[in-house]
Write a protein that binds this ligand. Structure first.
Ligand SMILES: *Cc1c(COP(=O)(O)O)cnc(C)c1O
Length: 229
């Protein structure tokens, strides 16, 4: 199935309606999609792509060198796989510990602009394993802020899957509050990466600046072999 212009337009219309006052970046989440799908998406105006798996992303980047794509790494990252991410991506949304940030900073090639990073926050408590605890965000942000190879941009979260709209809104509101707390401490942050296909309108209402959209753009994801990464 190819990406539909209708899907792109529907998302752009939601963004304009729910966030008329600010720029919002649609990160097209292209994990498990072949390079040809990204090419189609680019032709429909999408130029920021989010990938979750290092080797899969590198393979696609090699096939799409002719396009000025901005690559965002959004998945869990193992410390031993930071180098290609530091070298080949513009952004990482999933920094959740200092060791990862230090490696990305040290491995960022000096001729490139600093790697833009968001700290992933666990806004769902026990329900989710990834992300720094809300109580530890400020300390991690202050430590990341001084790393020369990185530019701290803001926060990212993936709430637990839920059909409870009030609960999801509360999770997104928590992330917004945490970002404001960082700004109040003098950190130059401006990014709230939150909202996926099922919940991005709620995230936009709570202040999202980056929404990460996969299946609503590309349709259901093709399966992926677990051995791949
Ligand atoms: C897969 C993924 C998305 C997109 O999910 P959809 O529900 O397909 O929109 C967004 N963010 C992250 C971190 C993901 O892993």
């Amino acid at each position: 199935m190819s990406i539909s212009q209708h899907a792109v337009q529907a998302i752009n219309a939601e963004v304009r309606a729910l966030a008329p006052d600010r720029p919002v970046t649609v990160v097209a989440v292209s994990k498990t999609q072949p390079a040809v799908r990204l090419r189609e998406a680019f032709a429909l105006g999408l130029s920021v792509f989010g990938e979750n798996y290092v080797q899969e992303a590198l393979d696609k980047q090699a096939q799409l060198l002719d396009l000025p794509i901005e690559w965002h790494f959004i998945g869990p990252l193992q410390s031993n796989k930071t180098r290609p991410v530091a070298e080949q991506f513009a952004w990482v949304h999933s920094v959740d510990r200092l060791k990862l940030a230090e490696r990305l900073s040290a491995q960022r090639p000096p001729h490139l602009a600093p790697l833009q990073v968001c700290l992933q926050v666990n806004v769902s408590g026990e329900e989710s394993k990834s992300g720094v605890a809300p109580a530890d965000v400020l300390a991690l942000a202050q430590a990341v802020q001084v790393l020369p190879g990185l530019r701290l941009r803001g926060l990212m979260a993936i709430p637990e899957p839920s059909t409870d709209q009030a609960l999801l809104r509360a999770r997104f509101a928590l992330l917004r509050t945490l970002l404001h707390q960082l700004a109040a401490q003098g950190l130059p942050v401006d990014t709230l990466s939150m909202g996926m296909s099922a919940d991005y309108p709620l995230a936009l209402q709570e202040g999202a600046t980056h929404i990460r959209i996969g299946s609503a753009l590309f349709g259901a994801r093709p399966p992926r072999s677990p051995a791949q990464d």
